[in-house]
Write a protein that binds this ligand. Structure first.
Ligand code: NAI
Ligand code: MG
Length: 339
């Protein structure tokens, strides 16, 4: 099997961490054809637009993209590339796993996957000001839009993901006690779908504010979590914080027309071209891509190798207190994966 993948190295540290990620992927022995495309500032410099049609066409055909971080071009007239991609490919699910890798942190055994609905809710951007008297902005009003179909799609994805990944439990996070319709609908659909998986996946639900507290008190109780857009935005960063921040955090954007895999962090212009960036998050995003392609064994090998290199080999980049270069780290992981 040969996989055709759109490869967007991106800006800042993007090309450095992407090169190591490709090296690690190829060390699995799987066969890839990389269709390299531009986006972000690199694309503006070359073509005048941050998201060229050629890049969109490539993703449309390959259906899978591995993307480096993009620097948001400063200046008027540039729409966010990430928002454009989300709309173009209906990237309805954002998946953020967080697992304790480096021992000695605040929590020893966090292993959570947060599944966030990414197209609906309060972030649909339907909002306006209402003028009262002389004040044109006396009231701000925004509409949260949640559809039954959207709830079904994301919740079913979470349960199927849990099954595929051998997970035990899904927690549905909501605020149905106050938001009886937009959040009530999510909970109603969630409880119904949970019944279908009875005996295979344990299910529970939790109100979002309690959930925020439970996460910092007893994060071990969570496995897969599924929630609506804004709650997911907030909780996914909280979950990353439990395991030491964004440095090791990968993300997947799953869509109906394509799926895009990337690190959670940005282009880190402050350390670009110095060869010291940590490629772990991008490598772990590539492992999620392999999960998506059904190559679970290779994905697990990559995750184990990253962990062994950091914990046992003690090869660490500067952000983790070591002195390894980006390439030394990538070589060490590729060696473990190929062994
Ligand atoms: P950032 O995540 O790029 O950097 C924050 C801090 O973390 C910096 O000190 C950086 O050196 C460090 N850091 C980040 N990734 C690292 C890595 N792999 N290894 C070692 N250190 C790392 O966030 P910032 O500075 O807010 O954003 C920079 C640019 O990235 C902006 O233009 C922003 O819009 C863009 N961005 C793009 C994203 C994407 O394309 N998915 C996501 C987040 C930000
Ligand atoms: Mg966010």
């Amino acid at each position: 099997m040969t996989y055709h993948v759109t490869l967007i190295p991106g800006d800042g540290i993007g090309p450095e961490i992407t090169a190591e990620t490709v090296k690690v992927l190829e060390a699995t022995g799987l066969s890839f054809v990389w269709d390299e495309q531009l986006a972000g500032v690199a694309a503006v410099d070359a073509t005048g637009t941050p998201l060229p049609d050629a890049t969109i066409e490539s993703i449309r055909h390959r259906k899978v993209a591995l993307k480096g971080p993009l620097t948001t071009p400063v200046g008027a007239g540039f729409r966010s590339v990430n928002v454009q991609l989300r709309k173009e490919f209906e990237l309805f699910a954002n998946i953020r796993p967080a697992r304790t890798l480096v021992p000695g942190g605040r929590f020893e055994n966090v292993d959570i996957v947060l599944v966030r609905e990414n197209l609906e809710g309060l972030y649909v951007g339907v909002e306006h000001f209402i003028a009262i008297g002389g004040d044109p902005r006396a009231v701000g009003e925004s509409l949260a839009i949640v559809t039954r179909a959207g709830c079904e799609r994301i919740i079913r994805y979470a349960f199927e993901y849990a099954l595929r990944q051998g997970r035990k439990k899904v927690t549905i996070v909501h605020k149905a006690n106050i938001l009886k319709m937009v959040s009530g609908l999510f909970l109603e659909v969630g409880r119904r779908i949970a019944k279908e998986y009875e005996g295979r996946i344990e299910a529970g639900d939790m109100i979002v504010d309690n959930c925020a507290m439970q996460l910092v008190l007893r994060p071990e109780q969570f496995d897969v979590m599924v929630t609506t857009n804004m709650f997911g935005d907030i909780l996914s960063d909280e979950v990353s914080g439990l395991v030491g921040g964004l440095g090791l955090a990968p993300g997947a954007n799953i869509g109906t027309h394509a799926s895009i895999f990337e690190a959670v962090h940005g282009s880190a212009p402050d350390i670009a071209r110095q060869g010291i960036a940590n490629p772990s998050a991008q490598i772990l995003a590539a492992a999620m891509m392999l999960d998506h392609l059904g190559e679970t064994a290779s994905a697990n090998r990559i995750r184990a190798a990253v962990e062994q290199v950091i914990v046992e080999d003690k090869v660490r980049t500067r952000d983790l207190g070591g002195s390894a270069t980006t390439r030394e780290f990538g070589d060490a992981v590729a060696r473990r994966v190929g062994a």
